[in-house]
Design a protein. Sequence first.
Length: 499
Amino acid sequence: MTWTELATEVVDRKTRDRAVAHMRAARVVLPTFAELADPATIPESVAAELSNVDADARQPSNLFRVHWYNDERRIDRLAVPSYIELPERLTGVPARILVALGRNFPMIAAHKVLAAYGCLVPRIVTGQFDPGHQRAVWPSTGNYCRGGVAISRILGCRGVAVLPAGMSEERFDWLKQWVSAPEDIVRTPGTESNVKEIYDECAGLSRDPANVILNQFSEFANYLVHYACTGPALRAVFDDARRNRPELRLRAFVAASGSAGTLGAGDYLKAELGAKIVAVEALECPTMLYNGYGEHNIQGIGDKHIPFIHNVMNTDAVAGISDRSTDTLNLLFNSKAGREFLGARLDLDPSFVRSLDGLGLSSIANVLAAIKLAKRLRLGRGDAIVTVATDSAGLYASEARKFESARYPRGFDTIDAGEAFGRHLEGVTDDHLIELTEMDRQRIYNLGYFTWVEQQGVPLADFDRRRDQDFWRGLRGALPVWDTLIEDFNARTGLNRPG
Ligand SMILES: Cc1ncc(COP(=O)(O)O)c(C=O)c1O
């Protein structure tokens, strides 16, 4: 189950034909990668149909909402992805920090539904997944498996979520509503950083040919969908911010690494705009920084290993952020006392303060890493850093309650808010930030050997060839081929929409 070579032609015609019949019956038209990258190219007829569909409904047309351009109500399409720009009063740095908001994605209110679609659709159109007879298994720490289950249900197939039992209640509540059967939620031991346990469970499940494991940590389609869709979406955000400031330069793209899929957008932004790529991890589990390990609460990231799809040799810096900071700032941004402090003391507009609820725990980590980088590089007003909010505070209300009662048993008050701001925002330094030398990159890359070659049995040559940037450039050739296969697939269902 560890990894599968990218297929760029139909591998099994019978399976592909069964999938065509299945999608015809389920009335599913599949969007292309190009359409999700630039939804303005989605035919008007589809857009018109969508205006009557709830973004969280199990409706096939919602596949056409799996992109960055949904408005806040998730009904209309925006010209520029929804984003917030963080003011210097909050960050303490003059550099522009632009955060694209993932919460407007349909069904799961997080961008991981894009990764899930990106991983499954090439399998379907190449005849490597039979939606009527096989189960799609989604190993994850919570958001990818929710995205996978949502996509599976829309396509009328079984989706199995495999995730650590210690993830947030909100994730499990959502899954209970969406899976076809309770046994389609498989709980593995531990929390965030226990990915090995997830792999072990999947190894067992993969013995049954009815289970197809879509391992986000090793599916190159995950890298590619972010390269194709998230990269250009972030470029559109940067272009928008630059509209009245033509001198603005994109200096960096910052993203916390779970599967390292999102970091794929960095390869696009580096190639197009010269942005540095900064990978973020939890300080309590500093795998890239210090070859370390440990437990933490920045849900979705930091899994004690180097994902197979991480283009390590193209990564420029690594930053470690403590979960103490993310948990505390989650309270600062989302509590009454915290919001009052931000409004009254920092003179921030109340609607801006409310918009900070668009940041989930890993998003706060991204912002803190961006601040660190801005401090290290002494970035100024003409410099921009883009990052993503994979999900929002909406998924962590229970975590905020738990943290508040453990850390502030008498409740989080305005003094606590001031202390939280001073310590975790104003007090950010450039510690635990490495600008990677060639030797650092080799060290991080080589660490992956123990997971992928020794533990998961990947042939050494397949492991080693990812050092070369030509390998990654070569992968991108799959994107237009998959789009042609998707168009051909849609034509075969006979449901193809008017152009
Ligand atoms: C909340 C959250 N943040 C960040 C990430 C990391 O994204 P990626 O897996 O693309 O590296 C994930 C992944 O599941 C996530 O759920």
